[in-house]
Design a protein around this ligand. Structure first.
Ligand code: ADP
Ligand code: MG
Length: 277
């Protein structure tokens, strides 16, 4: 478990921002190591504003590590060391002197396993990220924000009459949409999603995909998925990660999703997207 201390997050920064403009995110020559084990080797990728970028590739090739590096999550959960830069609209989120909250407020994250606070009410679940990020809101502001975020996550109509029920009482798909709502409460400019549908049934998966399509107008999205149909349905751009025979993960090929699926340049991409490994 992770304890978010003042040490890690720094003191509260002032003011709730208005809904942010979607930002571009650029990974510039990211390498990462767990101890002596190098897991990413000079990975560069531009994730344009208002687009959905899908990260695909076999297990263990560093997709989750890469995603966590994009919002400094790895600093909270593990000991990966890092080289390279991550630019949010051109600003390096790792610049010395920048607080971790600078990145975490602007770049939200949703995980494979829905992880709402099970005993906490739906209402408080949505707002939980505000407190962690030192953002204050008035009572009225909180009510409005809860409705806004649950609406954007496609959950409002289903739960508006039972906001005091615990997060754990929802179905898996609803829990994941609650987690999306929670990540939206800080009004991020980028949303990172690590296999958000892998634990869900096909109907819930479709609902999340619809939500992704709607959100992509307002927030830049980066999604890891093992589901090629999903990558084809939701993304504009696709990046294929691979770690061959004990070598660190690299991007073999990236480009518009149509091209990646219909005319891949690298035979390994072709094999992967066609399910041949
Ligand atoms: P993917 O998401 O593509 O499956 P990961 O980023 O989870 O890949 O893992 C990439 C590599 O890093 C793997 O070899 C994995 O074993 C290793 N790894 C991931 N997390 C840790 C960790 N916390 N400590 C040590 N090694 C890790
Ligand atoms: Mg992973």
């Amino acid at each position: 478990t992770v304890t978010l201390t003042e040490d890690l997050l720094g003191p509260a920064e002032p003011a709730v921002r208005p809904a942010g403009r979607p930002a571009s995110l650029e990974a510039d020559a990211i390498s990462a190591w767990f101890g002596d084990h190098k897991v990413l080797d000079r990975v560069s990728l531009t994730m344009p504003a208002r687009e959905v970028t899908a990260l695909i590739g076999p297990s263990g090739c560093g997709k989750s590590t890469f995603l966590r590096i994009l919002n400094r999550m790895h600093e909270l959960i593990g000991s990966a060391s890092l080289a390279g830069r991550v630019l949010l609209d051109g600003e390096d989120i790792y610049d010395r002197g920048r607080r971790i909250t600078h990145a975490r407020r602007q770049i939200g994250m949703v995980f494979q396993k829905p992880n709402p606070f099970p005993a906490m009410s739906l209402y408080d679940n949505v707002l939980a990220g505000l407190k962690l990020n030192g953002i204050k809101a008035t009572r009225r502001g909180r009510d409005d924000l809860v409705e806004e975020c649950l609406t954007r996550a496609g959950l409002w109509k289903e739960v508006k009459d039972r906001l005091r029920q615990p997060g754990g009482a929802l179905s898996g798909g609803q829990q994941q949409r609650l987690c999306i709502a929670r990540s939206l409460a800080v009004r991020p400019r980028v949303l990172l999603m690590d296999e958000p549908c892998s634990a869900l049934d096909p109907t819930s998966t479709r609902r999340i995909e619809e939500t992704i399509a709607e959100l992509s107008e307002e927030v830049t999205i980066v999604i890891v998925t093992h589901n090629m149909q999903q990558a084809a349905r939701v993304s504009n751009t696709c990046a294929f990660f691979l770690a061959e025979q004990g070598t660190p993960g690299v991007i073999v090929e990236h480009g518009p999703t149509d091209a990646m699926f219909n005319s891949p340049q690298d035979p390994r991409t072709s094999d992967y997207v066609n399910g041949r490994f």
